[in-house]
Design a protein around this ligand. Structure first.
Ligand code: OOB
Length: 542
């Protein structure tokens, strides 16, 4: 087992095996089985090609052997930052086969984040792409390589040019006879949305993750006939496993990869590939609904539109069936584990007004007050959870784990929820210090630390600001040291520190001092109220 990864107590693990949740199958074996059953069926379609199950299986083997020749082996961490292209899955399954551990970066991550993932995980390699969406990832890779001396290999999907990096397509060898990982081993490290200074890494095992997407398949009606379009970044937990691409591959269905999520890319793909299942964050669902109202494209194959990652407003939810003729499924999940779904046969009122219920009968969910005492039934409180696919701790984060988990192993989700009388969850708010920018999570402290690096910033506090489109945006309150810089200058400063664009503050407001709580901490509640009182009316006047 990878060191630094807390795991389930043996008693719980035995129970999950006994119940048939953990079946002892690795992802590598799962792909092998599908390739043996129906190797000629199409597994993946991307902009450039289509890949059958047999080809995906063979390519994963060749890549695995090539990676082994480079000296990458079991438990080695490999940071993977790829767009929605077939290579993403070839790389994943190659790494799974040799028991190496992908660390999933998002395409929007930049130097600060990628270098941190490489350093913190002591990665042996970084696998990235050429130019994507106008951004030169090779140049980023050069900066990362210069900053992280321990990184032994950089592999580029596409043409690496004169960069000195190896092309991914050039990696491969004939034999891949290895003792693969065990089902209880860590399969990969996923990123947490986070609420602290640096992103946390989430260790998921083959057994626990496979259960989550297999059980999701049942709930979401995924079969070998499913055609699932991946429009969100493939490395995110939602499109990966809820039921996502992994669920659909498990069922022997077909995944279609969209490079960009815009209607002009997604709608023609839905029509051409007869897509049946699609997942979106709320702002994207809104864009699709607006565009679908007057499109020439035939979207009639769509059966289910999943919306999750942030709360879907009831207004948007109610438009899904009339506009798309598809069933809405709300998905309230987290990369740490727990995923809730509205069921496809739930009454329309439940579908549009709740975030559904957990996957597993053994998902334990508690709603508690600030003292961890259960609230009265139907009351609102903090959501705690533990279960067969919820982690018991982050990777190498002992101190943080002591706060993020209860002594009994419940994960503190940071979400504020209530249960309806029928047992569905309604997300009412959030207690964690995070901004949910249309599904993209921004840890306030992380951004505050970047602001504090500016010489003219004495103190900084980042809070959410309501937004019609994204739900929330970020507002940074800053106490200046001396003459305040221009907000624009500060925003540019943060961007140039090499940060994903979605973390750069949308707005900067200078104040003389911060409101304080009774114990002298910055009162973010008061700051959010100031936003409501002063900035929202101003924005509405525009
Ligand atoms: C998904 O995963 P993460 O790890 O990016 O973010 C998890 C957090 C939750 O704790 C909650 O605060 C928020 O995102 N969230 C929602 C939500 N779905 C996620 N808040 C309100 N309503 C929803 N439907 O975002 C994720 C992982 C797997 C499946 C779906 C989403």
């Amino acid at each position: 087992m990878l060191p630094g990864c807390p795991t389930w107590p043996e008693e719980a693990a035995a129970r999950y095996r006994e119940a048939g949740y953990w079946r002892g199958e690795t992802f590598g074996a799962m792909l092998r089985a599908r390739a043996a059953e129906h190797g000629e069926r199409t597994a993946i379609v991307d902009a450039a090609r289509s890949v059958t199950y047999a080809e995906l299986d063979a390519r994963a083997d060749r890549l695995a052997a090539g990676l082994r020749e480079l000296g990458i082996g079991a438990q080695d961490r490999v940071v993977v930052q790829l767009p929605n292209i077939a290579e993403f899955f070839e790389v994943c399954f190659a790494l799974f086969r040799i028991g190496a551990v992908p660390v999933f970066a998002l395409p929007s991550h930049r130097l600060t984040e990628v270098a941190y993932f490489c350093e913190f995980s002591a990665a042996a390699a970084y696998i990235t792409c050429d130019v994507e969406a106008g951004f030169d990832h090779r140049a980023l890779a050069a900066e990362v390589a210069a900053k992280v001396p321990g990184l032994r290999h950089v592999l580029i999907a596409g043409d690496p040019g004169e960069s000195g990096f190896r092309p991914l397509s050039g990696i491969g060898a004939d034999s891949s006879d290895v003792d693969g990982p065990g089902p209880g081993d860590i399969a990969f490290l996923q990123l947490s949305g986070g609420s602290t200074g640096v992103p946390k890494l989430i260790p998921r095992t083959h057994d626990d993750y496979a259960y989550s997407f297999r059980a999701s398949n049942e709930i979401c009606g995924v079969t070998a006939e499913t055609v699932y379009l991946v429009a969100l970044p493939a490395a995110h937990n939602f499109p990966m496993s809820s039921p996502g691409a992994f669920g659909v591959l498990q069922a022997g269905g077909r995944i279609v990869l969209a490079r960009r999520p815009s209607p002009d890319e997604v709608f023609p793909l839905i029509e051409r590939e007869r897509v049946t299942l699609l997942a979106a964050v709320p702002p994207l669902a809104l864009v699709w609904l607006d565009a679908a109202a007057n499109t020439e494209h035939d979207l009639s194959s769509l059966e289910v539109l999943q919306v999750g990652g942030a709360k879907c407003s009831e207004e948007v939810a109610r438009r899904v069936r009339p506009v798309l003729g598809a069933t809405l499924q709300q998905v309230f999940g987290m990369a740490e584990g727990l995923v809730n779904y509205t069921r496809l046969d739930d009454p329309e009122d439940v579908i549009v007004s709740t975030q559904g219920r957990p996957i597993s009968p053994d998902d334990e969910v508690l709603v508690v007050d600030d003292a961890d005492e259960p609230v009265a039934p139907g009351g609102t409180g903090h959501l705690l959870t533990r279960g067969p696919y919820t982690i018991r701790g982050y990777y190498r984060a002992e101190e943080h784990n002591a706060k993020a988990f209860t002594p009994e192993g419940f994960y503190r989700t940071g979400d504020v929820v209530r249960f309806t009388a029928e047992g569905n969850i309604v997300v009412e708010g959030r207690a964690k210090d995070q901004i949910n920018r249309g599904g993209e999570k921004v840890a306030a402290e992380e951004v505050e630390n970047h602001l504090l690096a500016h010489p003219a910033v004495h103190d900084a506090a980042v809070v959410s600001m309501p937004d019609d489109y994204l739900g929330e945006r970020t507002c940074a309150f800053v106490v200046a040291r001396g003459t305040p810089p221009k907000p624009r200058e500060l925003i540019k400063f943060v961007r140039e520190r090499g940060l994903a664009g979605y973390k750069v503050p949308d707005r900067v407001e200078f104040v003389d001092r911060f409101p304080q709580t009774g114990v002298g901490k910055v009162s973010k509640r008061d700051l959010r109220e100031a936003v409501q009182r002063e900035l929202v009316p101003e924005l509405e006047r525009r």
